[in-house]
Write a protein that binds this ligand. Structure first.
Ligand code: AMP
Length: 488
């Protein structure tokens, strides 16, 4: 959608609405100025008028609270029991009441802490308590809940979780996953007659609305899963467009393991008196659930070292992160050559191939999945015991999300960073940002021989010299598509 066609309506219950509008615009579209025609409307006081405070709920460490004590309906209790959830996780405990009550909520909680059920359970409970819609109604099932995710994999996974949780509800809502990269026709068919819940990537949602296959004018609640990623610049246009389509009054729920400051400003601007829930600082699981290691190795020795680790560590599922799509193919192919059950996952594959790659890791058919950061967000693979940073992530936030694919739901996991001479200074920055005091290891037989690179010269050139062709090629490679693996 072109910028000229963006209509953004900001509604608020408090003065200063114009400021909110400008903040949203500035953060989402930093390179442009808000159009003069931006509309400011003040929402009249209504039933959803909430206290004005913006506060973080204290996290109660009431260790053993049951789902029933939380007020979860019997049908949903059956569903969580069937999934093997004995008691709510902290974020599920904290989010349940405010989400059920229709409050705007902003929840940061560590990776793998049960955030999907934290928003899905109360929203399903409210949805199932609503009066049944007349089957003769012009629209059939009106869409009441929209969940947006930044990657197709995450959206498909979330739709599955919601469907499992809704299984025993008397009037089970219809849930449709609408993601790009797959044929739109089956999604159109699935939306015929409506669907109460749509879990989507932003681009496909817009396409379905634009072509009249989906109406979102009766949405009660909008959830932004991995909200910081969705609120980042890459999704700006699409997100502004989605927000413009939502009805003036709706509940917004933001969940993420990380909330960088820039995103906080934006979140503040478009949430109305939100309840902020911050469980354990929204980072990695504490209490040593994830063992983090750093191994020094020469760049050219990384694949042999990886092979060595794979044969010495008895891990049935391993996720290896690389910096580029080509790197994913290359490393996976090298591992396959020595008989490893390895596969690649990146944004250039068809969606079917992407789904198959993840499914094969889940079933154990694939042991090692070599992926770009496409797999870093939200993807939940039971029994994933090891994450390897073959290439270091670009930033501290990516590091956290990658590592968070392991050590989920109380399980133990390990994360190993390969630290080359070139990446040494960058690793120090990542470690410092996460307060990691790791002793760098060397594995016998793989001790590094490359000369250390001056920290002032992160590209590896010799200080004071003009950049060589090799330096330039290295720079170009570093700029390659890591992050472009983003879904519309
Ligand atoms: P999520 O953060 O939503 O991706 O969930 C991470 C993992 O925790 C998933 O494998 C869930 O099935 C699992 N999980 C979610 N809630 C609970 C719970 N209350 N008890 C045990 N496991 C849970």
């Amino acid at each position: 959608m072109g910028r000229d066609s963006i209509a953004l309506t900001v509604q608020a219950t408090r003065p200063g609405t114009e400021d909110s509008f400008r903040t949203i615009w500035r953060v989402l579209l930093p390179s442009s100025v808000p159009p003069r025609g931006g509309r400011f409307r003040t929402r009249p006081p209504d039933a959803r008028q909430r206290p004005r405070d913006f506060r973080a709920l204290p996290v109660h460490n009431c260790a053993h609270m049951s789902f029933s004590a939380l007020g979860l309906s019997p049908a949903l209790q059956r569903a969580v029991a069937a999934l093997g959830f004995d008691e709510p996780t902290p974020v599920q405990r904290e989010a349940f009441a405010p989400v059920l009550a229709g409050r705007d909520v902003w929840a940061s909680a560590e990776t793998g802490s049960g955030k999907t059920a934290a928003f899905a359970l109360p929203l399903l409970q409210r949805l199932s308590a609503q009066a049944p819609q007349s089957p003769e109604g012009a629209r059939g099932r009106a869409t009441k809940l929209v969940v947006l995710g930044p990657t197709r994999e995450l959206a498909l996974q979330t739709a599955d979780v919601i469907t499992s949780l809704a299984r025993h509800l008397e009037r089970a809502p219809k849930t449709v996953a609408a993601v790009g990269g797959m044929s739109i026709e089956p999604q159109r068919m699935a939306l015929r007659g409506g669907a109460e819940i749509v879990v989507a990537t932003p681009g496909r949602l817009l396409e379905l609305v634009r072509t009249g296959s989906l109406a979102v004018d009766q949405v009660d609640a909008l959830v932004l899963d991995e909200a910081d990623r969705l609120l980042s610049a890459g999704f700006a246009d699409e997100l502004v467009a989605v927000m413009g389509l939502m009805p003036p009054v709706h509940q917004s729920v933001l969940v993420s393991a990380t909330m960088p400051t820039a995103v906080r400003d934006l979140a503040r601007a478009f949430l109305v008196n939100p309840v902020a829930i911050n469980v354990d600082g929204g980072a990695l699981p504490s209490e040593g659930l994830i063992t983090q290691r750093a191994i020094e190795v020469d760049k050219m020795q990384r694949t042999p070292l990886l092979r060595h680790l794979l044969s010495s560590l008895d891990e049935p599922r391993v996720l290896v992160f690389v910096a580029s799509r080509r790197g994913a193919e290359h490393v996976a192919a090298k591992l396959q050559k020595t008989g490893e059950r390895a596969a690649a996952l990146h944004g250039e594959l068809t969606q079917t191939a992407r789904n198959q790659a993840l499914a094969a890791l889940r079933t154990g058919e694939t042991r090692v999945l070599v992926a770009t950061d496409l797999a870093a967000r939200g993807v939940d693979i039971e029994g994933l015991g090891l994450v390897v940073h073959y290439d270091l992530p670009r930033g501290a936030v990516d590091y956290l999300h990658r590592v968070g694919r392991t050590g989920r739901a109380g399980a133990h996991g390990a994360a190993i960073s390969f630290v080359t001479a070139e990446g040494s200074a960058h690793f120090d920055v990542l470690a410092k940002k996460h307060g990691l005091a790791l002793t760098r290891e060397q594995v016998p037989g793989f001790e590094p021989r490359d000369a250390p690179v001056s920290p002032r010269d992160p590209h590896g050139g010799v200080k004071g010299r003009r950049k060589s062709k090799k330096d330039k090629a290295r720079e170009a490679a570093a700029r390659l598509q890591t992050d472009a693996d983003q879904d519309g």
